[in-house]
Design a protein around this ligand. Sequence first.
Ligand code: HH2
Length: 288
Amino acid sequence: MKEIDPPTSKATRAADAAPHPLARLLALGRPAVMGVLNVTPDSFSDGGRFFDPERAVDHARALVADGADILDIGAESTRPYGGAVAVSAEEEMRRLEPILPAVVALGVPVSIDTMKAEVAAWALDAGAAIANDVWGLQHDRDMARVVAERSVPVIVMHNREAADPAIDIMAEIAAFFSRSLAIAKRAGIARSNIVLDPGIGFGKTPEQSILALSQLEALKSFDLPILVGASRKRFIDSVSPAPPDRRIGGSIASHLIAVAKGAAIVRVHDVAETVQALRVAAAIENAT
Ligand code: HH2
């Protein structure tokens, strides 16, 4: 793939020798599908449904059966439109503890969706393979160290405290990524371990989320894999009003366009439907 920064230790060199499961997925030449597993009582999209450990693991199994290449597990709602309750690192780990080992045992790489370095470190040491930071290494300054020490991939997502309709959102996203990449470099994170995510629905008006999808190609200039998570998000409702669990059509439309514009990974709740849509779109595009 891309340029690799000099390894920082013997341990890093050993880990770099074998391709990470994410690198293998990205080399398949088709978009990877990341299934969302929220073990929260209050997620906007599926709040409370998988808070019970047994139901959470059953759902994870169903996501893999439906074709998920990666499972993204989160125990704190990031709900950017208000309403989410901030939880302590201890509470996040308490929610994850009965679930994470069984989810890791399903055999697909697991990413840990947390903005707390302590939770990321604990989950990575318990078998998670990827860190997913919705603050792009800029919220908890220890996150970069945790990721660098373990030589794992990190998803660097764009975020901001509040949406500002007056800003040029693509310029803002690019500037944010540049700051995150500088933090990553200083910490010794290999460039090959970074995935960029424009953070659809985070610190953006619905119009800016739509624009970020429409101009996704601009992010190709970073020459890093791009992840898009548009699943069930509010901008869909702004175009075609529907509650979160009735936004599958808008989610699929968004992810097909995102892939056409360069996304390598899509983060979705509705895995079976997304896998089908991606396969059919690819079959049509590749027909001779
Ligand atoms: N979106 C959500 C959470 N984590 N991570 C990445 N990298 N990209 C995203 O777009 C993203 C994310 C929000 O969705 P969901 O997990 O369903 O909701 P909640 O945060 O309320 O649990």
